[in-house]
Ligand binder design. Structure first.
Ligand code: ZN
Length: 212
């Protein structure tokens, strides 16, 4: 369903959030679980560092992605061609193993009335990347938010990423890239629009095939 809104994931409230001390204590448990002694010199400050790192890794939870797109420009002097921001590097974290997903996003839309500053597209990607994710969900969230807020004629989003949960554990396959895409509006219905987008971003993977 192209028109369905992305299902809103429930996030915890401020009251439910543990204290910094509780979070650091949890890291000490995991250090012991790994087989090391949290009290030894090299590890003494590690829980505090890990908890601070989490604030960076998961900064997306503090951002409202819709607000990023709130400021739009309507004076575009009749510009009605595709706008593409490609090769937006992102770092995300797999929600199953909490290890990095490193990749690139290509985000495009065909404006109808309004455009946003291009840095906003990169910030939109980060707002969803800096959370616990699966790549498919992140692709949908970026595309649907852009579609709902800007209401353009069409949206195309392609994500290409390597999953460290696949390269450093489990099947241990390095050098594998996963490609996901979501095409909405004219990007879905008009093959020439889709082709133009794919040729601009260099035809990653097999995304000419449709998606849901
Ligand atoms: Zn994983």
């Amino acid at each position: 369903m192209t028109s369905s809104k992305a299902k809103k994931t429930r996030l915890i409230t401020t009251a439910e959030r543990p204290s910094r001390e509780e979070a650091e204590a949890a890291v000490r448990v995991l250090l012991r679980w790994a087989g090391d002694d949290p009290a030894r010199e090299g590890l003494i400050d590690t829980p505090a560092r890990v908890v601070r790192s989490y604030e960076e890794f998961y900064a997306g939870y503090q951002v409202d992605p819709r607000e990023i797109l709130a400021r739009t420009f309507s004076e575009v002097d009749g510009y009605d061609e595709m706008i593409v921001l490609k090769d937006i590097r992102f770092e995300s974290y797999c929600e199953h193993h909490m290890v990095p997903i490193i990749g690139r996003a290509h985000v495009a839309y065909l404006p109808e009335h309004r455009v946003v500053g291009i840095s906003k597209l990169a910030r939109l990607v980060d707002a969803f990347a800096k959370r616990l994710q699966i790549q498919e969900k992140m692709t949908v969230q970026i595309a649907d938010t852009l579609n709902e807020v800007l209401q353009p004629a069409g949206v195309g989003v392609i994500l290409e990423a390597a999953h460290q949960c696949m390269s450093t554990r489990g099947v241990h396959k390095a050098g594998v890239t996963m490609v996901t895409s979501r095409m909405l509006g004219t990007f879905r219905t008009d093959p020439s629009t889709r082709r133009e987008f794919l040729s601009i971003v260099g035809n990653p993977g097999v995304v000419a095939v449709s998606n849901t």
